[in-house]
Ligand binder design. Structure first.
Ligand SMILES: [Zn+2]
Length: 278
C-alpha cells in the first residue's frame, strides 16, 4: 500500500509538473500571439498615417481664409455681380484693407465700380484712388501694398507702354466693332499685379508705374506687403509719356464678377467703406 501511495503521489507530481509546464507554455504562446496581434494592429494603424503624411507633403500650400471668410461663397458669381446681403458681403470681404495706407473710398461716383466709361463704351470695374478724393495724397511713384493675405497670380515685370496712336486706334476699332475685347481692356489697365486670396477672391492693382522686384508669381504675400508703385500705365497720359493722371485702379473680383457690380453708387461706396476704410 505504502509503495502504491508513493507511486500515486509521484505520478501526481509528474502530472502536476506537466500541467504547469504546458500551462506556462500555452500562456507564453498566448503572450506571443497577443504581441503579434498588437504589432499587426499598429502596422494597420500606421499605414493610413503614413499616407496622410505623404499627401500633406504633396498638397500645395493652401491659402488660409481671412478672418472675414470662414466658408465658401454659396452663390459665387456667375458674371451677374457678387451677390449677397450687405452685411454678409462686408463680413466676407473684411479681410481686405486699403492698398494705400490711410486712403479712403473716393468721394467721386465716377471713381467707383459700376461707373460708366463712355470713352471706351464700357463700365468701370474697380475703385480709383486719386489725390484730392481719397483723404491722402496719391502721387506718381507712391507705394502700393497688398490688400490682403494671398499669393501673387500675376506681376508684370516686363511691360511696354502702347504709343498714343496705337492706343487711340485700338480704342477706335473696339468701339466701332461694338465690343471691347478682354485683351484691349487688359492693355487699358496697364502694368498690373493680381493677387489670389482665400476662396478665389482676386484683387487687381492697375496702372502701376513699377512692380516689386522681390516678388514673383506664386509668392505668398501678407496684407501690407509692398507690391509696386502708383503710375498711369495704360492711360492716355501714360501713352503720352507724362506723369499726369497718376492713380491706383483697384478691383475686388470673384469669378467673372466684380464687387460693386449692378449696385448704385451710394450702396457701393458704403459697402467699400465698411470693407476697406478701417
Ligand atoms: Zn479705374
Amino acid at each position: 500500500m505504502r509503495k502504491k501511495t508513493k507511486s500515486v503521489i509521484f505520478l501526481f507530481f509528474i502530472l502536476a509538473g506537466v500541467i504547469i509546464f504546458l500551462g506556462s507554455q500555452s500562456l507564453a504562446l498566448f503572450g506571443v500571439g497577443t504581441t503579434i496581434a498588437e504589432k499587426n494592429e499598429s502596422k494597420v494603424a500606421a499605414a493610413p498615417e503614413s499616407v496622410t503624411e505623404g499627401s500633406e507633403k504633396d498638397t500645395p500650400a493652401q491659402i488660409p481664409a481671412g478672418p472675414g471668410i470662414q466658408e465658401p461663397f454659396p452663390g459665387g458669381s456667375g458674371g451677374d455681380g457678387i451677390s449677397g446681403r450687405h452685411d454678409d458681403l462686408v463680413r466676407r470681404f473684411s479681410f481686405l484693407q486699403s492698398p494705400i495706407p490711410g486712403a479712403t473710398v473716393s468721394t467721386r461716383d465716377s471713381h467707383l465700380p459700376g461707373a460708366p466709361r463712355p470713352y471706351r463704351n464700357g463700365i468701370h470695374e474697380g475703385l480709383d484712388y486719386y489725390s484730392s478724393f481719397c483723404g491722402v495724397p496719391v502721387n506718381f511713384g507712391d507705394s502700393v501694398y497688398a490688400a490682403g493675405e494671398g499669393v501673387i497670380y500675376r506681376i508684370d515685370h516686363v511691360y511696354s507702354e502702347p504709343a498714343a496712336p496705337q492706343r487711340d486706334e485700338m480704342l477706335r476699332q473696339s468701339i466701332a466693332a461694338g465690343n471691347m475685347p478682354e485683351a484691349v481692356l487688359d492693355k487699358l489697365r496697364g502694368r498690373q499685379v493680381w493677387i489670389v486670396h482665400a476662396y478665389d477672391v482676386v484683387t487687381r492693382y492697375a496702372h502701376l508705374h513699377e512692380v516689386s522686384e522681390q516678388l514673383q508669381v506664386g509668392d505668398r504675400v501678407e496684407a501690407g506687403t509692398f507690391i509696386g508703385t502708383v503710375g498711369n500705365s495704360g492711360t492716355s497720359s501714360g501713352a503720352e509719356g507724362s506723369q499726369d493722371g497718376a492713380h491706383l485702379h483697384f478691383e475686388i473680383r470673384l469669378g467673372e464678377g466684380y464687387l460693386g457690380e449692378g449696385m448704385d453708387p451710394e450702396a457701393v461706396r458704403l459697402l467699400l467703406q465698411q470693407i476697406l476704410d478701417r
